[in-house]
Write a protein that binds this ligand. Sequence first.
Ligand code: 13P
Length: 249
Amino acid sequence: MARGYFIAGNWKMHKTRAEAAALARELVAALADGGHKYLVAPSFTALETVAALVRGSNILLGAQNCAVEEEGAHTGEVSVLQLKDLGVQTVILGHSERRHIYKEDDGLVNRKARLALKHGLDVILCVGELLEEREAGKAEAVCRQQTVEGLKGISAAELPRVTIAYEPVWAIGTGKTATPEDADAIHAYIRKVIGELYGSAAAESIVIQYGGSVKPDNAAALMAKENIDGALVGGASLRADTFVPIARF
Ligand code: 13P
């Protein structure tokens, strides 16, 4: 497979700077000879601390969100320029917690993605259906819409800097992983949508991560599927003894 595996840890709203530093140190040591692409996304408050520890390692630094504007009167927001200044290389956008708790819609996610790419950051664009959408047979339609709208105005030249993360909302933090077969089917569908938008070569090369209760005991079976190119890990990314086995699946 030409696509490499990309394993990312989304630390969400966890860890003080000291806790984040301890985990970053452990991961740098444990993954130094790891064979895949790696990223950790700490809270904004720990980015500078973790940046200093992962610099020069094979672990990339991600942020969990960014503002839709470059600067200005946006109380409580953090801009791409500020993230770049801290050494952030990638930003996670459209996470289901941003979409559903903080009501971010596809238009906002798309504007953030375009801004991040414009400033040289890579993007992990998260898509995924709610349980009721899956039960109503709408999983593909939801993922299509979030993919198409999220990528609007993003050029073929920029697409290699975009990773898609399929995170079915019902699988996030619930311990209910999608079966490898169900996840692979949606990944194949998203790849087909990318093909319609950007052509077959782009569809073949785009990296599509799975997220939602990825654990050491299910990672290998998920990664074995043709269309699953990595993982976006929440809970199990918070400790080296659970993230490292996933990262070294
Ligand atoms: P969990 O691995 O805790 O289910 O979270 C997945 C996720 O939301 C990663 O972004």
